[in-house]
Design a protein around this ligand. Sequence first.
Ligand SMILES: [Mg+2]
Length: 321
Amino acid sequence: LKGTERQFVDKLRRQAGRRGAVPRRASFALRQGIGDDCAVISSPGKKDLLVTTDFLLEGVHFRRQWQPADALGHQTLARGLSDIAAMGGTPRFAFLSLALPAGIDARWVDRFFSGFFRLAEASGVTLAGGDTVASKSGVLADIMVIGEVPRGTAVLRSGARPGDEIWVTGRLGGAATALEQLRRGKLIAGRTQALRTRSYHPPRLAIGRWLARRKLASAMMDVSDGLSIDLARLCQASGVGACIVADAIPRPRQTSLDLALHGGEDYELLFTVPPRRARNLPNRIEGVRLTRIGQIQRGRRLRLIRAGREELLPVLGFEHF
Ligand SMILES: [Mg+2]
């Protein structure tokens, strides 16, 4: 399915490229189109615009009985903000289109928005528009976020070079672990709540900006579908391979290596740093740990070092809810 998705996006990108010619005197021009966390649009001012959209669908990304409404409101916005963070930008405006089943409890909707607005306020984002419609099949939330970044400083996925170090923020696999527990019916209130809270941390906006302003990251994206597939996307965009070390991947104690490698919804940052700049990296930024997990290599292969042995890194997609 992931291969098919890639072919589909590649085809769209070719079609968009042919039709995307901008008149020479237009004030805005597309600097980066399909294929990164955000589109980057240059403006006449000192800032570039960042634009991202993201769908959250009931039955595909979440189940209403498994996640509290406020957590879903948070997650809807967080998905968009995480893409802005991945460019090193600052989010400004959000547009939310919401399809709701006719009989939905008004309190559910209130709680959804309380989670949404709590994160919006904390992130300095204004809800500037959107749409609501009645849905015949569950809740659908489509978020669009517009952000800004100093001109020419957006960090793309395509800048990684052989020899660059590979780093991640926070820990990986926590959200997938919580999902596993829910799926198996192991809903142990205290522990699962702790895991859920962890997976709904605020997006890594300050870290993304910190890295971009100091020009430390050569490439960056957010880990939303799982480390293996997202690393594969970054490497593909950069035309490079990578080697990561299993023991180095930061994960919560109850999380397996498999979930840390392939689980989704973590919304951490994955970035590469040229070795001579890596000594300027602190262990933590704003209390969040930064961890080196491997190195960019020549070629196209993705490798994993596990128990001292090198193997090919399996690239598995995010298993939706
Ligand atoms: Mg992304």
